[in-house]
Design a protein around this ligand. Sequence first.
Ligand code: SF4
Ligand code: SF4
Length: 150
Amino acid sequence: MFGWLARRRAPVVLGGCNGCGKCCMHLTLVDRGRPIKQMEQFERLVAREPEYRFFRPMDARDEDGFIYFSCLLLGEDGRCTEYASRPSICREYPDPSMFRFGAQLPGGCGYYRAPERSFSDVLAEVQKEGNQAERPWWRRFTPQRLFARS
Ligand code: SF4
Ligand code: SF4
């Protein structure tokens, strides 16, 4: 039950990409759940997953000490020059798990993080669904569902 609750509480990302390219300009990387703070971490990542070889460390870190990276494949027009074969990290962006590391979407990004419900809201919903499940099937329908016409 708690795994299910955790999934229900995972951040949700809505919206869509508007092609602004900001997420490619300076980014942080996570390796096996650990944000990269040391170059040795990054070198191990590239040795294991060569698709990361196009990222280059910048002489800057975020407030948590994570290294900022740039990407060699970013064109002057702000577009990816290898879009069709871009790394999986780019294909999956924005992965909701990024918020667990304190990452934020760049300003102007077409995606946005859906407001999260409080624990008490989720608990109330679980209890309500639990009560529904204990009822005979013919009593689980609300009148609106039972009589809805589409
Ligand atoms: S910052 Fe957001 S909108 Fe801009 S390119 Fe990246 S994903 Fe797309
Ligand atoms: S590979 Fe393409 S999509 Fe990924 S960071 Fe570089 S320019 Fe952006």
